[in-house]
Design a protein around this ligand. Structure first.
Ligand code: SF4
Ligand code: SF4
Length: 365
């Protein structure tokens, strides 16, 4: 591992400017709701970091999570972070196949004993299920995960299938699918949920690990608090319409044209915790609610079995007091006091930190 170049050397070789790198560090600190001093720590740690080995295992999934990570626009935080890791094994992206691919996994495990990260997308047939439901290279998903985890530092469960079971676990769950956290007992697991997850959330977690050598603070579902500490509803630009009781009733009525709240069209924003409203998708272009579609709550446990996509969870009357109460009840359903607590923690963290600019950071280093 020590013959790998540092991230600073890699970026320099690729012509990434110092100013560009510092801007990236400032953005990362701000995304993670860390204080300005953290931007300095990130810059110093990442500059010296040697690219850690990452082994990416894909089990019962649709490849959407990998698509999310790779369909980003350059130059972005995602691209920069992908430079910082050595993706030594990835079922979908690797050129090698068959025995050569499996050898790459074994070599990466051997060469980076105790230090590599395992990323999993997809759920896996549980311990009691027929292992033949999902195999790779002739071994079951469970066996491959256990084997690979033996020398790993931590596991990142990427996407709602790996984090919460997702579509494979939806009723009647024919393969007995379980999320990663159900079978991993002796390693830290971080859940980066979403169907798919935001690429910046995946890479933000990796940046945090590279900088501080540990995983970020998590919420009660094992998700990084920095990205899942506030609900979609908390940050939604249609919120003033919700508070006034102005709702679109169909996708093409006057309310929809005026940008009113999509709650009655099935929006799960009040109980969905994710960073879509602030980070947006496709390089910050837009996000589902800005495109006129309700949030489906894809980042939450039991996403597929939680009721109809286009049915309101409960119908507000249009009166502010009542709608506020409905929002409160939904918040309670999503985790109650703990959710409120995690949300406050993020808000406190943000308000306590004065932002730092790349120029200021440059002066400090
Ligand atoms: S219900 Fe949905 S569309 Fe309406 S304010 Fe909340 S998140 Fe936005
Ligand atoms: S807006 Fe809602 S459904 Fe859409 S990606 Fe974000 S959390 Fe998932």
């Amino acid at each position: 591992m020590h013959d790998r170049p540092t991230l600073g050397e890699t970026l320099e070789r690729q012509g990434v400017s110092r100013r560009g790198f510092l801007k990236f560090c400032v953005t990362t600190a701000s995304l993670l709701a860390l204080p300005p001093t953290a931007a300095t720590a990130i810059a110093e740690a990442l500059g010296q970091a040697r690219r850690p080995s990452v082994i990416w295992l894909s089990f019962q999934e649709c490849t959407g999570c990998t698509e999310s990570l790779t369909r980003s626009f350059a130059p972005t935080l995602e691209n920069l972070i992908l430079e910082t890791i050595s993706l030594d094994y990835h079922h979908t992206l690797q050129a090698a196949a068959g025995e050569a691919a499996e050898r790459a996994r074994e070599e990466a495990m051997h060469a980076n004993e105790g230090q590599y990260l395992v990323v999993v997308d997809g759920s896996l047939p549980g311990p009691g299920a027929n292992p033949g439901y999902s195999t790779i290279a002739g071994i079951s998903n469970l066996q491959m995960l256990e084997e690979t985890l033996a020398g790993a530092a931590a596991v990142v469960a990427v996407g709602s299938c790996a984090a919460f079971g997702g579509l494979p676990m939806a009723d009647p769950n024919p393969t007995g699918a379980v999320p990663v956290s159900k079978v991993v007992r002796d390693k830290p697991v971080i859940n980066v949920s979403g169907c798919p997850p935001l690429p910046m959330v995946i890479t933000g977690v990796l940046a945090h690990y590279l900088t501080f050598g540990r995983l970020p603070e998590l919420d009660e579902y094992g998700r990084p608090l920095a990205f899942f500490g506030q609900s979609i509803h908390d940050r939604c630009y249609r919120r003033p319409f919700y508070d006034k009781g102005l709702f679109a009733e169909t996708f093409d009525d006057e309310g929809a044209k005026k940008g009113w709240c999509l709650y009655r069209l099935g929006c799960k924003g009040p109980m969905a915790y994710n960073a879509c409203a602030t980070m947006k998708w496709n390089g910050g272009t837009s996000w589902p609610i800005e495109s006129g579609h309700p949030c489906l709550g894809c980042s939450e446990p039991d996403f597929w079995d939680a009721g109809g996509f286009y049915r309101a969870l409960s119908v507000p009357t249009g009166d502010i007091a009542t709608t506020a109460a409905v929002g409160g009840l939904l918040g309670a359903a999503a985790g109650g006091a703990a959710v409120v607590k995690t949300r406050r923690a993020k808000a406190d963290a943000i308000s306590a930190h004065r932002p730092i600019t790349a120029e200021e950071l440059e002066q400090q280093l």
